[in-house]
Every structure is written in C-alpha cells, then in structure tokens.
Design a protein around this ligand. Structure first.
Ligand SMILES: Cc1cc2nc3c(=O)[nH]c(=O)nc-3n(C[C@H](O)[C@H](O)[C@H](O)COP(=O)(O)OP(=O)(O)OC[C@H]3O[C@@H](n4cnc5c(N)ncnc54)[C@H](O)[C@@H]3O)c2cc1C
Length: 455
C-alpha cells in the first residue's frame, strides 16, 4: 500500500491501546516506528498481573458488539475470533437491597421507585435517544436534561448513581452529550465480549504486529523530557528524535515533562481528571451473576460491583469480582494504603451480600490509576484540544480527544485511526502540507464525529 508515511520516522509515547494501535497502523503504512512505554508492560489501563499461573486484568474490561474500530484492529492482528460473546445482566443495590434490573417486569417490581415513577422511567428510557436529537447536548448539563425528562427522584435515586460513578459529584455538570453517546454503546441487558485467555493475548498480538513491520517497542522506558523541537529524552538519558512524535500520555503528564517552549505551545486546556480506586476479589462462590450492579446508599465506599466471572468465567476455580470508586488522585481514599482499603472493602462486600462470608474471600488486590476519565466542561466540543501542536512535530492522541465518545479501547483505536489518516493526508505528495492543513482536517474529523444530530 503506497502512503505518504513510508520512511517517516515516528516516536509514539505510551504503550496503552492508543499507542499500540498507532504504532501498528503507522508500521503497516511504512513508517519507521519506535514506541516507548514507561511501565514494564504494554496495555496501559488494560494491563494485568500474574495470579496463580494466569494473567488477570487489574481493571475490569469488556468489549461491546458496537466496538467496530477495535474489532477491526483485532481482526487485522488475527485475534478477533478470541472474543467470546455472552449475554450479560445487570442488578441494582439500593439501601442494601438487591434488585435485578433487566426487563420491564424487573422495573415494575423495583420498589425504590414509586409505581408511576417506574412507568415514567421505562417510557423515558425508551425514548431518550430520540429525545436528545436536535438538542445542543454539548451545552446542556446532564443533570438539567435528565431531571427535566425523568423528574427529581429518578435522577437522584437511579440515574446519578447509575451513570455518574465515573465523574462523582461533577456528573451533573458534564455535558449531556456524553451520556447520550454512552446510551448508544451499552444497555442493561447486553451482549458483551471478553477475549479468551484475557487481554494479555490481544496486547501480545499487537506487539508482534508492530515488530513484524520493523517497529521497535521499548518498555520500562519512561519519557522524562519532550522538547518543542521533538527531542524525546528517556530515563536512561538516551535522546530520540524523529519526524513526528505522537503522545498518548494524559495531558497533565505531558505538560509535566514538556520543555518551556513546548509547554507554551500545548493547548491551554486544563481538564480535571478522575482517577480510580478498584479492588479485585477472588471469591470461592459467585454473587448474583449480574455483570454490573451500581450500589446506592448501602454503606459502601465503592459504588459499583462488576462480577467479571459472569462474563469471563472463573480463574483457577475463583469468581472474579471488581468493585470501584472513581475519585480524584489527590483524595484521601486514593492516597490511602492499599492494604487498609482491601481490609475495609472486604468487610463492606461481605456486609452487602448476605450469603457471603469472610471465608469465601480467597484473595483481594487493590489497584489505582490516576488519570482515567477527563471531566468535560460544558461546550467541550469547541474547546477540545487540537491533535496537532502548532509549530512543533508533536501530535496528541489522548483520552481528552475521544469526546463525545466514551473512553474505551474502541474510541482510542478510532482516534489512532484518525490521527494516522490525517498525518498521511498531510504529508502525501500533492496535498497541501503543513500543520495548518492537518489541524483543520482533524478539527473537521473530530467535530464531525461529535455531531449529536448524526446519531
Ligand atoms: C476501571 C476501568 C474500567 C474500564 N473498563 C473498560 C471497558 O470495559 N471497556 C473498554 O473498552 N474500556 C474500559 N476502560 C477504559 C480504557 O481502559 C481506556 O479508555 C483506554 O485503556 C485508554 O487507553 P490509552 O492508550 O489512551 O491510555 P492508557 O491506557 O492510560 O495508556 C497510556 C500509557 O502511557 C504510559 N505512560 C504514562 N506516562 C509515561 C511516560 N512519562 N513515559 C512513557 N510512557 C508513559 C502509561 O504507562 C500507559 O501505558 C476502563 C478503564 C478503567 C480504569
């Protein structure tokens, strides 16, 4: 395949799914790629740890049938067939009581809502995607929109806890467009996918593909400095230069290692980010079989339970259950010792499920990540940082660039595709070269992808 990228030297910063997808696509297009990852594993938020001869993900992950960009990538590297699809079900825990939450019949028996509220919830939910059409949801607060269409009690009791956990108290302020997009990706009774053998195999396949195209993949190589001229310094002291540098690092991380000139050139968008504290329990028995259950007013610090084994099966005879709380990386919880969190959350989980005893908990691990979800302000489509950092060889492909799509492996792969496409267009012989063209193109691509009226 002839592309304008043949022979172009590109350094990709970060070996999460976005960096891997970028390096894979660039390599296939003939670019000379080097990927540098600070950690000792590839996969970023999708990384894993060894547990009794198996690899287990630190954070719960699944694939949705609508994840077209991701599935196409997995196809290209020969691992799409590993994704096993299963119907999954959802529950709700309110005031310590457990409810299935999947069918109209479940809703009618959902006693935390009054009877007329259950009917309203069901009807509005059916119509919600349609109700959003034609509205400028990017400038409408989620809380204002949902309180308006569902009423106050449904917002407070159900919607804020169900969808708000990622943003905490800020959820109501996030543009309604985010939720609207999310509803297009998932629903409560949903077929979900999980790769046989875990995410480890997908990441290995991407690495092999990158190396087959002549790319170099370096782990345990934290980047400590990036200059406006495109020089990348590694912790070892080595300096890398290239025609283009593409950073997938969270914007605050990049800012902290940018030289003064690059810091001035970076877009002046100071997004707050939510991090996550997540505990993984290895249980000797299953819970309810619900893949996902938001937990509301039930005396727990975590606000959701993911019963991963309902989707992915057991690991060495153990049922995997993740519980999580999204929180700021400076919060007391985030800074607390992992062992103390594990002990307290074990008590809380045992208290939440009447049949579960401490003896059923075989093991528990706590994992944290500081930058998971940018907290988008109203009108973010107009403020979203451009991909091209003007006047430098640097491009940005970060989670702050996937809005209004939900942060996911799929949206990171979609972003990687668009960034490679625009780079190719910008340098292809005969096309107007230069950052201005590339900047305009990416704006067009990203803004086009975010048009709420196209849904
Ligand atoms: C609890 C949880 C559950 C999730 N569930 C799902 C799900 O079910 N399905 C789904 O699709 N998505 C899910 N996600 C979201 C998904 O994990 C992310 O959207 C995706 O992994 C982001 O990929 P990325 O490559 O953009 O960023 P990251 O994965 O954050 O990758 C960035 C990489 O940069 C590296 N890095 C940072 N600083 C440096 C440095 N100085 N030098 C070199 N390297 C550096 C990091 O080590 C990391 O590997 C979940 C996330 C979390 C936290």
């Amino acid at each position: 395949m002839e592309t304008g990228l043949r022979g172009m030297r590109v350094v990709v910063l970060g070996g999460g799914i976005c960096g891997l997808a970028l390096a894979h696509r660039l390599g296939r297009a003939g670019a000379v790629v080097e990927l540098v990852e600070g950690g000792d594993q590839l996969g970023g938020l999708g990384t894993f740890f060894p547990w009794r001869e198996r690899w287990v993900e630190r954070f719960y992950h699944c694939v949705m049938p609508t994840d077209d960009d991701l599935l196409e990538l997995l196809d290209e590297v020969g691992v799409r067939e590993r994704v096993q699809w299963r119907p999954t079900r959802m529950g709700m825990v309110v005031d310590g009581r457990h409810f299935p939450f999947n069918t109209p019949w479940d809703l009618l028996r959902f006693t935390p809502l009054r009877p007329h509220e259950r009917v309203r919830f069901g009807l509005v939910s059916l119509l919600l995607r349609r109700l959003g059409k034609g509205k400028d949801l990017d400038r409408l607060r989620t809380e204002d929109w949902l309180r308006g269409v569902y009423g106050d009690r449904i917002w407070e009791l159900l919607l804020a806890p169900m969808f708000g956990s990622k943003f905490g108290a800020s959820f109501g302020d996030v543009p309604a467009l985010y939720l609207w997009q999310r509803l297009g990706r998932e629903s409560n009774v949903s077929v979900r996918g999980y790769p046989e053998g875990g995410y480890h195999g997908l990441i290995d396949a991407l690495r092999v593909s990158i190396e087959r195209s002549g790319g170099v993949v370096r782990t345990s190589s934290p980047v400590t400095r990036v200059t406006a001229g495109g020089a990348v310094t590694l912790a070892s002291g080595e300096v890398r230069t290239a025609d283009r540098v593409i950073s997938t690092l969270p914007l605050p991380t990049l800012r902290s290692i940018a030289d003064d000139e690059l810091a001035r050139a970076l877009p002046d968008v100071r997004l707050p980010y939510q991090g996550v504290v997540n505990a993984l329990f290895f249980l000797k028995r299953p819970l309810t079989g619900h893949y996902w259950a938001p937990v509301v007013r039930s005396g727990t610090e975590f606000d959701g339970v993911i019963e991963m084994s309902a989707l992915a099966g057991e690991v060495d005879g153990r049922h995997l259950v993740y519980v999580m709380r999204y929180t700021d990386r400076d919060s007391a919880l985030y800074r607390e010792d992992d062992g103390r969190i594990a002990a307290r959350w074990t008590d809380q989980l045992v208290g939440l499920y009447p049949d579960l005893t401490p003896a059923d908990v075989d093991d528990v691990r706590v994992f944290k990540a500081p930058f998971v979800e940018p907290v988008y302000p109203l009108g973010y489509l107009a403020q979203q940082p451009p991909v091209v950092v003007e006047g430098t060889p640097l491009l940005l492909a970060t989670t702050a660039h996937v809005y209004p799509s939900v942060t996911s492996w799929n949206s990171s792969v979609g972003l990687a595709n668009r960034v490679v496409g625009l780079l190719d267009d910008a340098v292809r012989p005969g096309s107007p070269d230069g950052e201005e063209h590339a900047g305009a193109l990416v704006d067009q691509l990203l803004q086009g992808g975010g048009d709420p009226h196209r849904g």
